[in-house]
Design a protein around this ligand. Structure first.
Ligand code: 2P0
Length: 324
């Protein structure tokens, strides 16, 4: 019986978005991305390889995982088995401390935690760079969840040189996010299919790659300056430029819903009143507000007429992977 290892990884929200793969099998992106890891939302995953098992046993929050999830996770475990020369099945228990359907990517924290617990349980001692490369094979956004604070996923061109690096691991200035959970319906278009369609058909896609790459050094400079307004402006631009590529895809599609625009309007109005707040959104309708903790009460009050307290989740910058 192998050792049982538990790892914790936190989810992250991209400020400069990842959108599109130059290599879908290895998950090598067309553009670098830059994110903030969140404190409140994380995944705890326990992995044990065992001679007693005749198949991988995978559970989520205490229940057996569905076939699609189990298959994806088993394929990911195959990468670890191959690297460790370990021909054993694994028992995997995952507890997601990401509120149900919060519109926060649980694949980011999920695959980062699975990479960390799985590799260690298999006897591999990976450094953070190799852990980031491994997590990348599960889900692109997981590449960044190895580190805390602000993190850059350097796109690279192949399996060896596409990984995340810390930009600012300890965030000692006032920046946080309010996640506005607009609805918990299943996404109409999964991000994986959405980005593939965009890469293949949007005439704006080459411009997306160029502008996203140019935004990375600008965002890093804004983080070094601890300039919330510059960080927010650049993040907002990146999000809307990404969403413009979906509108220009053939056939066109969008993740916007009416409530998305309602939330954006509240943020814009607050900003006109002098509040430093900016919006971003991912492959779903939910809006995340980038702001200071100081102004958060005022922003929550402005959102209150439209959204219930349960729909408004506040998160500060969080840490990288740890072992329990
Ligand atoms: C991001 N998103 O940078 C971007 C912005 C959504 C929009 O990464 O196919 O689950 O597993 O690599 O990482 C969500 O997509 O996609 C995502 P795969 P992933 O956070």
């Amino acid at each position: 019986m192998g050792q049982s290892i538990t790892a914790r990884a936190h989810t992250n929200i991209a400020l400069i978005k990842y959108w599109g793969k130059q290599n879908p099998e290895l998950i090598i992106p067309y553009n670098s991305s830059l994110s903030m890891t969140l404190d409140h939302f994380y995944t705890d995953t326990t992995v044990r390889f065992s001679t007693d098992l005749t198949a991988d046993q995978i559970s989520f929050n205490g229940a057996i995982a569905d076939t699609k999830t189990s298959t994806q996770m088993s394929q990911f475990l195959d990468l670890i088995r191959k690297q460790a020369h370990l021909p054993l099945f694994a028992a995997v228990e995952t507890i997601n401390h990401v509120p149900n359907a919060a519109g926060l990517a649980s694949s980011a924290s999920g695959y980062a935690a699975l990479a960390a617990a799985g590799s260690r349980a298999a006897g591999l001692e990976l450094n953070d760079r190799d852990l980031s490369r491994l997590a990348r094979r599960g889900s692109g956004s997981a590449t960044r969840s190895i580190y805390g604070g602000f993190v850059e996923w350097q796109r690279g061109t192949n399996d060896l040189d596409s990984y995340a690096v810390p930009v600012q691991e300890t965030v000692d200035w006032d920046i946080q996010m309010i996640a506005i959970v607009l609805n918990d319906r299943q996404k109409a278009i999964a991000s994986r299919a959405g980005m593939a369609n965009t890469v293949a058909t949007s005439p704006y896609y080459p411009a997306w790659v160029e502008t996203a790459q140019a935004a990375i050094p600008a965002m890093k400079a804004a983080i070094v300056k601890k300039d919330i307004n510059l960080v927010g402006q650049l993040a907002e631009q990146s999000a809307m430029q990404m969403h413009a590529t979906t509108l220009s895809a053939v056939p066109p599609f969008t993740y916007f819903e009416p409530e998305t625009l309602q939330a954006i309007k509240v943020v814009q109005t607050l900003r006109q009143q002098g509040v430093s707040c900016y919006y971003t959104m991912d492959a779903g309708p939910n809006v995340k507000v980038i702001c200071t903790s100081q102004e958060t009460p005022q922003i929550l009050a402005a959102l209150a007429p439209y959204f219930s307290p349960e729909q408004l989740l506040v998160a500060k910058p969080g840490p990288g992977v740890s072992y329990r």
